[in-house]
Ligand binder design. Structure first.
Ligand code: NAD
Ligand code: MG
Length: 339
């Protein structure tokens, strides 16, 4: 199966300029989309609750800030950029009452449409523009004259031009400078959830903790274990990003490469692969989505507990200390922690 990829040259960049775009939310994606759209000459309003801590930031950035309902009423294209678990409430209360035939409803992730949490009315285009990177990168690369690649998909093509509109939106946030890939809501949603669970977040976090614990339990200094099992991961990931597995293996020593080929398969075993397939099945069946939404609706107490537990992990203590000695790496910490 070949994928259609769109670049700047072949895009109707004017289509989005004929629209009034409401960006609901001003977090990671919301700030990047609204600022890039505005800088591309698109009419934008940001929809935020009056109590939102982001109101001032958005106003200071020169954006037109309204309540989510006012923004949705004013707009003829609404981009939903609030957290996925809050999205169906925001949609029901603030957006749905203002959707009219001819309007478009956009998403940056297929979750709520694919799992049926949001059911838009007939006559409305339903499409996705999902940058394959965090918002700060979407904004920074745009300012630098490049962009982050994005996925586009159409769930409902009421106008007959929903895909062109999505590509035009992607163009205005800078994504066609890097490449815009056509996909479906199902493929984006299921691969995204699988990826974050099995490798990007879940798989990597557990490998980092387990390898750190193995070294520390064997009597090695936590500082050495931190550098080996967490810090150096970035160097390897950068090589993978630049040139795939081959480039990474070309760049590391032959000793590292031999260890990679002979020991890697002992870490990711047939049992691990079987578990990956079970996790994929839970994503596909909607079991994961139901579990996560039930967790959210019951106050997300387990999530808070998981966060608190891992904040206590020794790798976080030693890491916080070591990073503070390396100010050049511009260390960060999650809200609520001083590290
Ligand atoms: P975020 O948590 O960074 O930001 C959410 C924003 O929504 C904040 O401004 C918050 O104040 C606002 N908000 C929260 N609850 C609200 C409510 N009830 N009413 C109105 N506003 C509310 O979220 P994000 O990471 O930017 O995610 C937005 C969407 O983009 C999601 O669908 C997500 O899956 C998708 N996405 C995120 C990334 C990423 O890297 N962060 C990448 C691609 C797609
Ligand atoms: Mg993702």
């Amino acid at each position: 199966m070949t994928v259609k990829i769109h670049y700047q040259e072949n895009v109707d960049s004017q289509l989005i300029r004929g629209r009034k775009v409401a960006v609901i939310g001003y977090g990671s994606q919301g700030h990047a989309h609204s600022l890039n759209l505005a800088d591309s000459g698109v009419e934008v309003a940001v929809g935020l609750r009056p109590s939102s801590p982001s109101v001032n930031a958005a106003r200071e950035a020169g954006l037109d800030v309204r309540t989510p309902a006012e923004a949705a009423e004013w707009a003829d294209l609404v981009m939903m950029l609030v957290p996925d678990q809050h999205m169906s409430d925001v949609y029901r209360d603030d957006v749905a009452p203002h959707l009219q035939p001819g309007d478009a409803l956009f998403f940056a992730h297929g979750f709520n449409i694919h799992f049926g949490e949001i059911e838009p009315p007939d006559g409305v285009d339903v499409a996705m523009v999902a940058p394959k990177g965090p918002g700060h990168l979407v904004r920074r690369t745009y300012e630098e004259g490049s962009g982050v690649p994005a996925l586009v998909a159409v769930d409902k093509d009421a106008s007959g031009s929903a895909m062109d509109l999505a590509i035009s939106y992607a163009d205005a946030i800078g994504a066609t400078r890097a490449g815009v890939l056509e996909t479906t809501f199902r493929e984006e949603t299921e691969t995204d959830l699988f990826g974050e669970q099995v490798i990007l977040c879940g798989g990597v976090s557990e490998l980092v903790k387990a390898s750190f614990e193995t070294l520390v339990d064997a009597g090695y200094a936590p500082e050495s274990a931190y550098f080996e099992c967490l810090h150096e991961l970035k160097l390897i990931v950068d090589l993978l990003y630049e040139g795939g597995l081959g480039w990474m293996r070309h760049s590391v020593s032959d000793t590292a490469e031999y260890g990679d080929f002979t020991r890697g398969p002992r870490i990711v075993t047939d049992e691990t692969r079987a578990e990956m397939r079970r996790i994929l099945a839970e994503v596909q069946s909607g079991q994961f989505a139901s579990e996560w939404l039930a967790e959210h609706r019951s106050g997300a107490t387990n999530l808070a507990e998981y966060r608190a537990q891992d904040a206590q992990h020794p790798i976080e203590e030693v890491g916080g200390r070591l990073r503070s000695l390396m100010p050049f790496m511009n260390p960060k910490s999650p809200p609520g922690e001083s590290k």
